[in-house]
Design a protein around this ligand. Structure first.
Ligand SMILES: Cc1cc2nc3c(=O)[nH]c(=O)nc-3n(C[C@H](O)[C@H](O)[C@H](O)COP(=O)(O)OP(=O)(O)OC[C@H]3O[C@@H](n4cnc5c(N)ncnc54)[C@H](O)[C@@H]3O)c2cc1C
Ligand code: FES
Length: 258
């Protein structure tokens, strides 16, 4: 197992996207360790009585030249609310890089699908694939236009399609209802997705029908983050596995009941 760092990172920027979403841009004082697409950090929430456990967040993007990484965050409860108030110049304590990563094959025709903030780990994946000359298509879904985050960043790496439930942007409906799935040109070899579990289960069903691979990034609740408390366990074909150490990315067929 590769070494994990516990490190204070400098907040270079806290980009507020809306009341609900923000992006933390963090700089390491030392060269970044190798970070793979799909890996996550456990971040400390300072000065908060109720959030003494670190919070897991996907690594959104990485820049080895500046030793910086980004985290895209949705404000959900006290921990993420507190993090949203972080100011430039402060330091945040991270344990990273954690977890496994998405699989990448050279001849992949990749369809990356994110629901809301579930799109977070897919930017670094898109960048990584682009560097390897792999064609990427991205489908982003959200309840409304305000839940479609940073679409232009993803456009740097491939075509981007959008669905919103209220039809405020892109096609109306859920990501699974997008016309791309019925297009005669559909020739993807693998879906990579992250978002609400019902969305990922529905995408897994589509992948099964089409006979293609589908990797899902689970966002199970976590506490210790090191395989000790068993609160993130998921049932697989090989028995129970801790998502914090053996996940968060799984081929859907490996998960029981998917
Ligand atoms: C591997 C991994 C990667 C993640 N990546 C991201 C990311 O890139 N961006 C991001 O915004 N979030 C991500 N999450 C989810 C994030 O960790 C939680 O939203 C966060 O811990 C909530 O903390 P909080 O203190 O704000 O809310 P809490 O006060 O802990 O919880 C508020 C409410 O949200 C529910 N909740 C908390 N965590 C989760 C969860 N994981 N799934 C569903 N419901 C939950 C609680 O039950 C409660 O009802 C990720 C989770 C995992 C496991
Ligand atoms: S979070 Fe404790 S075992 Fe995974």
């Amino acid at each position: 197992m590769k070494k994990k760092l516990i490190q204070d990172l400098l907040v270079v920027e806290n980009k507020i996207l809306s009341e609900k979403y923000f992006i933390l841009h963090l700089q390491s004082p030392t060269p970044l360790p190798e970070i793979l697409p799909g890996q996550f950090v456990q971040i400390e929430v300072k000065d908060s009585k109720n959030t003494f456990l670190r919070r897991p967040l996907s690594i959104h993007d990485v820049d080895y030249k500046t030793n910086t990484l980004k985290l895209m965050v949705q404000v959900l409860g006290e921990g993420t609310k507190k993090l949203s108030l972080t100011k430039q110049g402060e330091y945040l304590s991270l344990v990273y890089p954690l977890g496994n990563s998405f699989s990448i094959n050279d001849n992949e025709k990749a369809l990356l699908i994110g629901g809301g903030c579930g799109i977070a780990p897919l930017l670094y994946l898109a960048r990584h694939m682009n560097d390897k000359g792999i064609k990427v298509t991205v489908l982003i879904g959200g309840a409304s236009q305000s839940d479609i985050l940073e679409a232009d960043e993803y456009r740097k790496y491939g075509e981007v399609y959008i669905t919103t439930f209220d039809a405020s942007l892109g096609e109306k409906g859920l990501v699974t209802q997008h016309s791309i799935f019925n297009a005669p040109t559909f020739d993807f070899t693998r879906i990579y997705c992250c978002g609400p579990e019902p969305m990922m289960k529905a995408l897994a069903r589509i992948a099964r029908e089409k006979g293609i691979d589908c990797e899902v990034s689970l966002e199970n609740m976590m506490a210790c983050g090191i395989g000790a408390c068993l609160c993130c366990v998921v049932e697989t074909q090989d028995g129970n596995k801790c998502t914090c150490t053996e996940g968060p990315v799984y081929e859907f067929k490996y998960l029981k009941g998917w």
